[in-house]
Design a protein around this ligand. Structure first.
Ligand code: GUN
Length: 301
């Protein structure tokens, strides 16, 4: 992170912000337990041995332990049938001990992730991927917000970054990040009320559009894509990228790269998230919050 920054740039420390959310959750969980209530229980399903998925799921399980949640990791070989996976989800749907169900994506090519997601009970859909959950989000109804956009909202709230009336440019239109993020930023309410442009691979004049942005959310999965010449002086730049890039100089053979060229953009941005240590930890904190809410809803039933 070496470099000479012309303007006063603030790093948005996702690790610290996530820690404060986890600390608060830990107290809430202790309160539940002291009232004799069951603590939240997240079940994560991991199919196959995708290295990145292994890392993410391990981080999610570890975070559950940290805050006092129960967690279960169910692993399947990559050859598992969709039928067997659906059977497991149906069992978890009706298990009163389970609050949240997460199927780590991507799934092997022979399994339709759409079919699997559709099978999850929306009341346990802590990833926020089920069509009912997405529909509620679009309509502005209370729901589980997908963890990455939710984590970014929590980050903006933590650092008191104003979104109302500002121009937010979201690069990437995935169901997991870009699209829900654009909906949340344009919705009425906190961390919303922005004027939103959603950009994608077919967008013309991307640089010009980005240059007019007060807030850029880079979620396209292309390492170092956003450079200083695309960024307005003082803009807020949120980097969602987490691509593994070959790096023979490292012991593990790769490094994690964001979608933003950090050192370059740091010379222009007012606020910038690092990778790692930015959006990643916030995503996990957001997943924990969703799981806590799923459990709390059960207690109020
Ligand atoms: N793969 C990449 N991001 C996610 C996520 O947020 N949830 C799940 N289940 N899989 C993912």
């Amino acid at each position: 992170m070496a470099g000479f920054y012309l303007c006063e740039m603030q790093i948005l420390d996702g690790k610290a912000a996530a820690q404060s959310i986890k600390d608060a959750l830990k107290l809430d969980v202790a309160q539940l337990a002291s009232n004799g209530k069951e603590v939240p229980h997240l079940v994560a399903i991991l199919v196959g041995n995708n290295g990145a998925s292994e890392t993410y799921v391990a981080a999610k399980v570890k975070a559950c332990e940290e805050v006092g949640f129960k967690s279960t990791l169910i692993r399947f070989e990559s050859t598992i049938s969709a039928f067997r996976l659906l059977e497991t989800i149906r069992e978890l749907n009706t298990d009163p001990d389970v609050d949240g169900i997460l199927v780590q994506l991507p799934l092997p090519a022979h399994i339709s992730s759409e079919e699997i997601i559709n099978a999850i009970d929306p009341s346990k859909d802590v990833d926020g991927f089920h069509p009912v959950t997405v529909g509620r989000l679009v309509l502005g109804q209370p729901t589980f917000i997908p963890a990455t956009p939710y984590g970014i909202q929590l980050m903006l709230a933590h650092y008191k970054i104003e979104t109302s009336g500002r121009h937010a440019v979201v690069i990437g239109r995935s169901n997991i990040v870009g699209r829900p993020m654009s909906i949340l930023l344009s919705a009425a309410g906190p961390q919303g009320n922005a004027t939103v442009t959603i950009c994608h691979s077919q967008t013309k004049n991307l640089k010009e559009i980005c240059l007019s942005a007060d807030i850029i959310i880079a979620a396209l999965g292309r390492p170092g894509f956003v450079t200083a010449d695309m960024v307005k002086e003082g803009a807020v730049v949120i980097d969602v990228g987490i691509t593994r890039v070959d790096d023979p100089g490292r012991k593990r053979g790769y490094r994690i790269s964001g979608d933003v060229n950090f050192d370059d953009v740091a010379t222009k941005a007012g606020f910038l998230t690092p990778v790692p240590g930015g959006v990643g930890p916030m995503t996990i904190a957001a997943l924990l919050k969703n799981t806590f809410h799923a459990c709390a809803l059960k207690h109020y039933d």
